[in-house]
Ligand binder design. Structure first.
Ligand code: FAD
Length: 394
Protein backbone atom coordinates (compact mmCIF):
# COMPACT_ATOMS: atom_id res chain seq x y z
CA UNK A 1 0.00 0.00 0.00
CA UNK A 2 1.28 3.44 -0.87
CA UNK A 3 1.24 5.94 1.98
CA UNK A 4 -1.74 8.25 2.28
CA UNK A 5 -1.21 11.36 0.16
CA UNK A 6 -1.69 14.69 1.88
CA UNK A 7 -3.85 16.23 -0.88
CA UNK A 8 -6.61 14.66 -2.94
CA UNK A 9 -9.22 16.14 -5.21
CA UNK A 10 -12.76 15.28 -6.11
CA UNK A 11 -15.63 16.93 -7.97
CA UNK A 12 -18.04 17.17 -5.06
CA UNK A 13 -17.11 16.89 -1.40
CA UNK A 14 -20.08 16.13 0.84
CA UNK A 15 -20.05 16.49 4.63
CA UNK A 16 -22.61 14.37 6.50
CA UNK A 17 -23.64 10.82 5.59
CA UNK A 18 -27.29 10.77 6.53
CA UNK A 19 -29.93 10.07 3.94
CA UNK A 20 -29.43 13.48 2.31
CA UNK A 21 -25.68 13.17 1.78
CA UNK A 22 -25.79 9.50 0.81
CA UNK A 23 -28.67 9.86 -1.65
CA UNK A 24 -27.02 12.87 -3.25
CA UNK A 25 -23.71 11.03 -3.39
CA UNK A 26 -25.24 8.02 -5.17
CA UNK A 27 -26.93 10.24 -7.73
CA UNK A 28 -23.77 12.24 -8.40
CA UNK A 29 -21.74 9.06 -8.88
CA UNK A 30 -24.37 7.72 -11.27
CA UNK A 31 -23.89 10.87 -13.35
CA UNK A 32 -20.14 10.38 -13.49
CA UNK A 33 -19.05 12.84 -10.79
CA UNK A 34 -16.27 11.85 -8.42
CA UNK A 35 -17.31 12.33 -4.82
CA UNK A 36 -16.16 11.97 -1.22
CA UNK A 37 -18.58 11.87 1.74
CA UNK A 38 -17.14 12.72 5.15
CA UNK A 39 -18.89 11.36 8.24
CA UNK A 40 -17.72 11.96 11.80
CA UNK A 41 -19.88 9.36 13.57
CA UNK A 42 -21.84 6.71 11.71
CA UNK A 43 -23.68 6.32 8.42
CA UNK A 44 -27.30 7.39 8.90
CA UNK A 45 -26.79 7.43 12.67
CA UNK A 46 -28.03 11.03 13.10
CA UNK A 47 -31.71 11.60 12.43
CA UNK A 48 -31.99 9.16 9.53
CA UNK A 49 -31.99 5.78 11.29
CA UNK A 50 -33.95 7.34 14.16
CA UNK A 51 -36.75 8.34 11.80
CA UNK A 52 -39.98 6.41 11.28
CA UNK A 53 -39.22 5.73 7.62
CA UNK A 54 -42.52 7.02 6.26
CA UNK A 55 -42.33 8.21 2.68
CA UNK A 56 -44.95 10.93 2.98
CA UNK A 57 -46.94 12.05 0.00
CA UNK A 58 -48.45 15.00 1.82
CA UNK A 59 -51.76 13.44 2.88
CA UNK A 60 -51.01 14.18 6.54
CA UNK A 61 -50.81 17.89 5.78
CA UNK A 62 -54.18 17.78 4.11
CA UNK A 63 -55.56 17.39 7.63
CA UNK A 64 -54.97 21.11 8.13
CA UNK A 65 -57.68 21.76 5.57
CA UNK A 66 -56.99 22.28 1.92
CA UNK A 67 -53.80 20.86 0.49
CA UNK A 68 -51.22 23.61 0.32
CA UNK A 69 -48.76 24.18 -2.49
CA UNK A 70 -46.10 22.69 -0.29
CA UNK A 71 -47.94 19.44 0.11
CA UNK A 72 -48.22 19.22 -3.67
CA UNK A 73 -44.42 19.37 -3.88
CA UNK A 74 -44.09 16.33 -1.62
CA UNK A 75 -46.84 14.47 -3.48
CA UNK A 76 -44.40 13.00 -6.01
CA UNK A 77 -42.03 11.46 -3.44
CA UNK A 78 -43.78 8.08 -2.99
CA UNK A 79 -43.61 7.47 -6.77
CA UNK A 80 -39.93 8.34 -6.93
CA UNK A 81 -39.09 6.06 -4.00
CA UNK A 82 -41.19 3.23 -5.44
CA UNK A 83 -39.34 3.43 -8.73
CA UNK A 84 -35.96 3.49 -7.01
CA UNK A 85 -36.95 0.50 -4.83
CA UNK A 86 -37.99 -1.40 -7.97
CA UNK A 87 -34.60 -0.65 -9.55
CA UNK A 88 -35.86 1.57 -12.33
CA UNK A 89 -35.74 5.01 -10.79
CA UNK A 90 -33.03 7.59 -10.20
CA UNK A 91 -31.14 5.07 -8.02
CA UNK A 92 -31.12 1.29 -7.91
CA UNK A 93 -32.40 0.55 -4.42
CA UNK A 94 -33.35 -3.06 -5.03
CA UNK A 95 -32.79 -5.06 -1.86
CA UNK A 96 -33.88 -2.27 0.48
CA UNK A 97 -36.51 -3.68 2.81
CA UNK A 98 -39.98 -2.23 2.44
CA UNK A 99 -41.72 -2.41 5.83
CA UNK A 100 -45.15 -1.51 4.52
CA UNK A 101 -46.67 -0.89 1.11
CA UNK A 102 -48.95 1.68 2.72
CA UNK A 103 -49.32 3.97 5.67
CA UNK A 104 -52.80 4.33 7.16
CA UNK A 105 -54.99 7.02 8.68
CA UNK A 106 -56.77 5.57 11.66
CA UNK A 107 -59.72 7.36 13.15
CA UNK A 108 -60.67 5.76 16.48
CA UNK A 109 -64.42 5.43 16.82
CA UNK A 110 -65.99 8.70 17.82
CA UNK A 111 -64.04 10.93 15.49
CA UNK A 112 -65.15 9.40 12.21
CA UNK A 113 -68.02 11.86 11.75
CA UNK A 114 -65.75 14.90 11.75
CA UNK A 115 -63.68 13.43 9.00
CA UNK A 116 -66.37 12.48 6.52
CA UNK A 117 -66.23 15.78 4.66
CA UNK A 118 -62.45 15.72 4.73
CA UNK A 119 -62.30 12.32 3.07
CA UNK A 120 -64.94 13.32 0.54
CA UNK A 121 -63.04 16.48 -0.42
CA UNK A 122 -61.47 16.83 -3.82
CA UNK A 123 -58.00 17.16 -2.32
CA UNK A 124 -58.15 13.73 -0.78
CA UNK A 125 -60.20 11.75 -3.29
CA UNK A 126 -58.08 9.20 -5.11
CA UNK A 127 -55.35 9.39 -2.51
CA UNK A 128 -57.01 7.44 0.26
CA UNK A 129 -59.30 4.41 0.33
CA UNK A 130 -61.13 3.03 3.32
CA UNK A 131 -60.11 -0.50 4.36
CA UNK A 132 -62.05 -3.06 6.41
CA UNK A 133 -61.85 -6.62 7.75
CA UNK A 134 -58.77 -8.56 6.76
CA UNK A 135 -57.49 -5.55 4.85
CA UNK A 136 -56.96 -3.76 8.15
CA UNK A 137 -53.42 -3.53 9.53
CA UNK A 138 -52.77 -6.77 11.52
CA UNK A 139 -52.71 -4.98 14.89
CA UNK A 140 -56.23 -3.61 14.30
CA UNK A 141 -57.79 -6.92 13.28
CA UNK A 142 -59.83 -7.57 16.41
CA UNK A 143 -63.59 -7.83 16.95
CA UNK A 144 -63.34 -5.01 19.50
CA UNK A 145 -61.90 -2.61 16.95
CA UNK A 146 -64.19 0.32 16.17
CA UNK A 147 -63.38 3.28 13.99
CA UNK A 148 -62.27 3.80 10.46
CA UNK A 149 -59.06 3.18 8.62
CA UNK A 150 -57.96 4.72 5.36
CA UNK A 151 -55.05 3.55 3.25
CA UNK A 152 -52.68 6.28 2.11
CA UNK A 153 -50.56 5.98 -1.01
CA UNK A 154 -47.44 6.28 1.14
CA UNK A 155 -44.87 3.64 1.98
CA UNK A 156 -42.64 2.83 4.92
CA UNK A 157 -39.03 1.82 4.38
CA UNK A 158 -36.60 0.06 6.67
CA UNK A 159 -34.08 2.87 7.04
CA UNK A 160 -31.10 0.72 8.18
CA UNK A 161 -31.31 -1.35 5.00
CA UNK A 162 -31.69 1.86 2.95
CA UNK A 163 -28.55 3.33 4.51
CA UNK A 164 -26.67 0.08 3.92
CA UNK A 165 -27.61 0.11 0.22
CA UNK A 166 -26.71 3.79 -0.18
CA UNK A 167 -23.37 3.05 1.50
CA UNK A 168 -22.75 0.28 -1.08
CA UNK A 169 -23.52 2.76 -3.85
CA UNK A 170 -20.92 5.11 -2.34
CA UNK A 171 -18.15 2.73 -3.43
CA UNK A 172 -14.74 3.94 -2.25
CA UNK A 173 -15.97 7.46 -1.46
CA UNK A 174 -16.81 7.24 2.24
CA UNK A 175 -14.40 8.86 4.67
CA UNK A 176 -14.52 8.68 8.47
CA UNK A 177 -13.25 12.07 9.62
CA UNK A 178 -13.55 14.11 12.81
CA UNK A 179 -11.76 17.40 12.50
CA UNK A 180 -12.78 19.62 9.60
CA UNK A 181 -11.04 22.89 8.73
CA UNK A 182 -11.74 25.08 5.71
CA UNK A 183 -9.16 25.55 2.96
CA UNK A 184 -9.17 29.02 1.43
CA UNK A 185 -7.36 30.39 -1.61
CA UNK A 186 -7.68 34.13 -2.27
CA UNK A 187 -10.55 34.26 0.20
CA UNK A 188 -12.39 31.55 -1.70
CA UNK A 189 -13.26 28.22 -0.11
CA UNK A 190 -11.56 25.58 -2.27
CA UNK A 191 -11.87 22.52 -0.11
CA UNK A 192 -11.66 21.11 3.39
CA UNK A 193 -8.90 19.64 5.51
CA UNK A 194 -10.27 16.49 7.12
CA UNK A 195 -8.08 15.04 9.89
CA UNK A 196 -5.05 16.50 8.14
CA UNK A 197 -5.99 15.34 4.62
CA UNK A 198 -6.55 18.23 2.19
CA UNK A 199 -9.49 17.60 -0.12
CA UNK A 200 -9.94 20.03 -3.01
CA UNK A 201 -13.31 20.08 -4.71
CA UNK A 202 -15.27 21.93 -7.38
CA UNK A 203 -18.20 22.11 -4.98
CA UNK A 204 -18.66 21.41 -1.26
CA UNK A 205 -22.01 20.35 0.17
CA UNK A 206 -22.88 20.49 3.87
CA UNK A 207 -25.64 17.95 4.50
CA UNK A 208 -24.73 17.38 8.12
CA UNK A 209 -28.18 17.67 9.70
CA UNK A 210 -27.87 19.36 13.08
CA UNK A 211 -24.11 19.61 12.45
CA UNK A 212 -24.61 22.20 9.70
CA UNK A 213 -24.70 25.16 12.09
CA UNK A 214 -21.28 24.32 13.52
CA UNK A 215 -19.78 23.65 10.08
CA UNK A 216 -21.04 27.02 8.83
CA UNK A 217 -19.50 28.73 11.83
CA UNK A 218 -16.18 27.04 11.00
CA UNK A 219 -16.15 28.48 7.50
CA UNK A 220 -17.21 31.86 8.88
CA UNK A 221 -20.74 32.01 7.48
CA UNK A 222 -23.82 32.79 9.54
CA UNK A 223 -26.64 32.02 7.10
CA UNK A 224 -28.74 29.99 6.58
CA UNK A 225 -29.75 29.80 10.23
CA UNK A 226 -30.71 26.42 11.64
CA UNK A 227 -33.57 25.46 13.93
CA UNK A 228 -33.86 22.34 16.05
CA UNK A 229 -37.28 20.92 16.93
CA UNK A 230 -37.12 18.33 19.70
CA UNK A 231 -39.07 15.08 19.86
CA UNK A 232 -39.51 12.60 22.71
CA UNK A 233 -40.28 9.30 20.97
CA UNK A 234 -41.52 6.13 22.69
CA UNK A 235 -40.39 2.58 21.90
CA UNK A 236 -42.29 -0.58 22.83
CA UNK A 237 -40.99 -4.08 22.17
CA UNK A 238 -42.80 -7.30 22.92
CA UNK A 239 -43.84 -10.75 21.69
CA UNK A 240 -47.51 -9.78 21.27
CA UNK A 241 -47.01 -6.84 18.92
CA UNK A 242 -48.18 -7.05 15.33
CA UNK A 243 -47.39 -4.65 12.49
CA UNK A 244 -49.09 -1.27 12.47
CA UNK A 245 -48.20 1.72 10.32
CA UNK A 246 -50.70 4.47 11.01
CA UNK A 247 -51.43 8.01 12.02
CA UNK A 248 -54.00 7.74 14.78
CA UNK A 249 -56.12 10.86 14.54
CA UNK A 250 -57.13 12.87 17.56
CA UNK A 251 -59.16 15.66 16.01
CA UNK A 252 -56.35 18.23 15.99
CA UNK A 253 -54.12 19.14 13.08
CA UNK A 254 -51.44 16.66 14.13
CA UNK A 255 -51.91 12.92 14.50
CA UNK A 256 -52.37 11.99 18.16
CA UNK A 257 -49.91 9.15 17.69
CA UNK A 258 -48.01 7.98 14.64
CA UNK A 259 -47.09 4.30 15.00
CA UNK A 260 -44.53 2.51 12.89
CA UNK A 261 -43.34 -1.05 13.42
CA UNK A 262 -39.74 -2.21 13.04
CA UNK A 263 -38.01 -5.58 13.18
CA UNK A 264 -35.84 -6.19 16.26
CA UNK A 265 -32.96 -8.65 16.22
CA UNK A 266 -34.77 -11.44 18.13
CA UNK A 267 -37.69 -11.66 15.68
CA UNK A 268 -39.94 -9.44 17.80
CA UNK A 269 -41.47 -6.21 16.61
CA UNK A 270 -40.84 -2.76 18.00
CA UNK A 271 -43.55 -0.12 17.91
CA UNK A 272 -42.08 3.33 17.48
CA UNK A 273 -44.45 6.09 18.59
CA UNK A 274 -44.26 9.64 17.32
CA UNK A 275 -46.84 12.26 16.36
CA UNK A 276 -48.36 14.61 18.91
CA UNK A 277 -47.36 12.46 21.88
CA UNK A 278 -43.70 13.14 21.04
CA UNK A 279 -44.12 16.92 20.51
CA UNK A 280 -44.11 19.79 23.04
CA UNK A 281 -45.99 18.20 25.99
CA UNK A 282 -44.13 14.96 25.45
CA UNK A 283 -40.80 16.76 25.28
CA UNK A 284 -41.55 18.39 28.64
CA UNK A 285 -42.22 15.00 30.30
CA UNK A 286 -39.59 12.92 32.03
CA UNK A 287 -39.08 9.52 30.36
CA UNK A 288 -41.06 7.61 33.04
CA UNK A 289 -44.00 10.01 32.67
CA UNK A 290 -43.81 9.82 28.88
CA UNK A 291 -43.94 6.01 29.07
CA UNK A 292 -46.93 6.17 31.43
CA UNK A 293 -48.80 8.42 28.99
CA UNK A 294 -48.00 6.09 26.09
CA UNK A 295 -49.15 3.03 28.07
CA UNK A 296 -52.43 4.73 28.80
CA UNK A 297 -52.95 5.81 25.19
CA UNK A 298 -52.23 2.33 23.82
CA UNK A 299 -54.44 0.80 26.52
CA UNK A 300 -57.34 3.01 25.39
CA UNK A 301 -56.76 2.66 21.67
CA UNK A 302 -55.78 -1.03 21.49
CA UNK A 303 -57.22 -2.70 24.62
CA UNK A 304 -56.88 -6.16 23.02
CA UNK A 305 -53.10 -5.94 22.83
CA UNK A 306 -51.46 -7.51 25.88
CA UNK A 307 -48.54 -5.29 26.81
CA UNK A 308 -47.68 -6.99 30.10
CA UNK A 309 -44.42 -8.39 28.82
CA UNK A 310 -43.49 -5.34 26.78
CA UNK A 311 -40.23 -3.45 27.25
CA UNK A 312 -40.40 0.34 27.08
CA UNK A 313 -37.93 3.11 26.37
CA UNK A 314 -37.94 6.70 25.17
CA UNK A 315 -35.63 8.55 22.83
CA UNK A 316 -34.98 12.27 22.71
CA UNK A 317 -33.92 13.47 19.27
CA UNK A 318 -33.94 16.78 17.41
CA UNK A 319 -35.14 17.47 13.90
CA UNK A 320 -32.72 19.86 12.20
CA UNK A 321 -34.10 22.29 9.65
CA UNK A 322 -33.60 25.77 8.23
CA UNK A 323 -34.93 28.38 10.66
CA UNK A 324 -38.52 29.27 9.87
CA UNK A 325 -40.31 32.41 10.86
CA UNK A 326 -43.50 31.86 12.81
CA UNK A 327 -45.27 28.57 12.52
CA UNK A 328 -44.46 27.80 8.92
CA UNK A 329 -43.63 24.16 8.62
CA UNK A 330 -40.74 23.34 6.29
CA UNK A 331 -42.23 21.00 3.69
CA UNK A 332 -39.59 21.12 0.97
CA UNK A 333 -35.96 20.25 0.90
CA UNK A 334 -33.92 23.39 1.48
CA UNK A 335 -30.65 24.38 -0.20
CA UNK A 336 -28.66 27.62 -0.03
CA UNK A 337 -25.83 28.52 -2.33
CA UNK A 338 -22.67 30.45 -1.23
CA UNK A 339 -19.99 30.40 -3.92
CA UNK A 340 -18.54 26.89 -3.97
CA UNK A 341 -20.46 25.94 -0.86
CA UNK A 342 -23.95 24.47 -0.87
CA UNK A 343 -25.70 23.86 2.42
CA UNK A 344 -29.07 22.38 3.22
CA UNK A 345 -31.47 20.08 4.97
CA UNK A 346 -33.94 17.68 3.33
CA UNK A 347 -36.33 18.44 6.25
CA UNK A 348 -37.77 14.94 5.73
CA UNK A 349 -36.30 11.58 4.87
CA UNK A 350 -38.93 11.39 2.12
CA UNK A 351 -37.51 14.56 0.55
CA UNK A 352 -33.97 13.23 0.01
CA UNK A 353 -34.68 13.02 -3.77
CA UNK A 354 -35.82 16.67 -3.72
CA UNK A 355 -32.66 17.67 -1.86
CA UNK A 356 -30.45 16.02 -4.48
CA UNK A 357 -32.49 17.62 -7.32
CA UNK A 358 -31.68 21.00 -5.83
CA UNK A 359 -27.96 20.28 -5.63
CA UNK A 360 -27.90 18.92 -9.19
CA UNK A 361 -29.72 22.04 -10.39
CA UNK A 362 -27.17 24.25 -8.66
CA UNK A 363 -24.29 22.34 -10.30
CA UNK A 364 -25.92 22.65 -13.69
CA UNK A 365 -26.54 26.35 -13.24
CA UNK A 366 -22.86 26.87 -12.45
CA UNK A 367 -21.72 24.68 -15.35
CA UNK A 368 -20.03 22.13 -13.05
CA UNK A 369 -19.24 18.93 -14.94
CA UNK A 370 -17.50 15.70 -13.93
CA UNK A 371 -13.75 16.39 -13.99
CA UNK A 372 -10.93 13.90 -14.23
CA UNK A 373 -10.25 13.41 -10.56
CA UNK A 374 -7.66 10.67 -9.96
CA UNK A 375 -8.74 7.45 -8.23
CA UNK A 376 -9.07 7.78 -4.46
CA UNK A 377 -6.63 6.14 -2.07
CA UNK A 378 -8.18 3.68 0.42
CA UNK A 379 -10.00 5.81 3.01
CA UNK A 380 -11.02 4.92 6.60
CA UNK A 381 -14.70 4.02 6.38
CA UNK A 382 -17.35 5.09 8.93
CA UNK A 383 -19.50 2.34 10.51
CA UNK A 384 -23.25 1.91 9.93
CA UNK A 385 -25.49 3.76 12.40
CA UNK A 386 -27.43 1.84 15.05
CA UNK A 387 -31.18 2.14 15.49
CA UNK A 388 -32.80 3.42 18.68
CA UNK A 389 -34.11 -0.07 19.55
CA UNK A 390 -30.71 -1.70 19.04
CA UNK A 391 -29.31 0.82 21.49
CA UNK A 392 -32.15 1.04 24.00
CA UNK A 393 -33.93 -2.35 23.92
CA UNK A 394 -31.19 -4.90 23.22
P1 FAD B 1 -28.88 13.15 9.46
O1 FAD B 1 -29.50 11.81 9.23
O2 FAD B 1 -28.96 13.73 10.79
O3 FAD B 1 -27.40 13.05 8.95
C1 FAD B 1 -26.44 14.05 9.17
C2 FAD B 1 -25.08 13.38 9.33
O4 FAD B 1 -24.08 14.37 9.39
C3 FAD B 1 -24.97 12.57 10.63
O5 FAD B 1 -24.59 11.24 10.32
C4 FAD B 1 -23.90 13.30 11.44
O6 FAD B 1 -23.09 12.44 12.22
C5 FAD B 1 -23.09 13.96 10.32
N1 FAD B 1 -22.33 15.14 10.77
C6 FAD B 1 -22.77 16.16 11.53
N2 FAD B 1 -21.78 17.06 11.71
C7 FAD B 1 -20.69 16.59 11.04
C8 FAD B 1 -19.36 17.06 10.86
N3 FAD B 1 -18.95 18.21 11.40
N4 FAD B 1 -18.53 16.31 10.12
C9 FAD B 1 -18.92 15.14 9.57
N5 FAD B 1 -20.16 14.65 9.71
C10 FAD B 1 -21.05 15.36 10.44
N6 FAD B 1 -38.85 12.08 7.82
C11 FAD B 1 -39.66 11.39 6.97
O7 FAD B 1 -39.70 11.68 5.78
N7 FAD B 1 -40.45 10.37 7.41
C12 FAD B 1 -40.46 10.00 8.72
O8 FAD B 1 -41.19 9.06 9.08
C13 FAD B 1 -39.65 10.71 9.63
N8 FAD B 1 -39.66 10.41 10.94
C14 FAD B 1 -38.80 11.05 11.79
C15 FAD B 1 -38.78 10.66 13.13
C16 FAD B 1 -37.90 11.26 14.01
C17 FAD B 1 -37.87 10.82 15.44
C18 FAD B 1 -37.02 12.28 13.53
C19 FAD B 1 -36.03 12.94 14.45
C20 FAD B 1 -37.05 12.68 12.21
C21 FAD B 1 -37.95 12.06 11.33
N9 FAD B 1 -37.99 12.43 9.99
C22 FAD B 1 -38.82 11.75 9.12
C23 FAD B 1 -37.09 13.46 9.46
C24 FAD B 1 -35.84 12.80 8.85
O9 FAD B 1 -35.31 11.84 9.73
C25 FAD B 1 -34.77 13.84 8.55
O10 FAD B 1 -35.30 14.91 7.83
C26 FAD B 1 -33.63 13.24 7.72
O11 FAD B 1 -33.22 11.97 8.21
C27 FAD B 1 -32.46 14.18 7.72
O12 FAD B 1 -31.42 13.61 6.99
P2 FAD B 1 -29.99 14.29 6.95
O13 FAD B 1 -29.14 13.43 6.08
O14 FAD B 1 -30.11 15.71 6.61
O15 FAD B 1 -29.50 14.29 8.46
Amino acid sequence: RSPMPSVISTDVLIVGAGVAGLWLNARLRRQGFSTVVVERESLGGGQSVKSQGIIHGGAKYALHGALTGASEAIADMPRRWREALAGDGELDLRGVRLLSEAHYLWSPGTLAGNLTSFFASKAVRGRVDQVKGDQLPPALQDPRFKGKVYRLAELVVDVPSLIERLADLAGDGLLAGQVIEPLFENDELIGLRVDGLDIHAQRIVFSAGSGNADLLARVGISVPAQQLRPLHMVLVKGPTLKPLYAHCLGGGPKPRITVTTHPAANGEWVWYLGGDIAEADGVAREPAEQIAVAKKELGNLLPWVDLNQAQWATLRVNRAEPAQSGLVRPDNAFLADQGRLLVGWPTKLALAPDFSDRVLQALEQDGIKPGNAPALPPLPRPPLGKTAWEQLLP
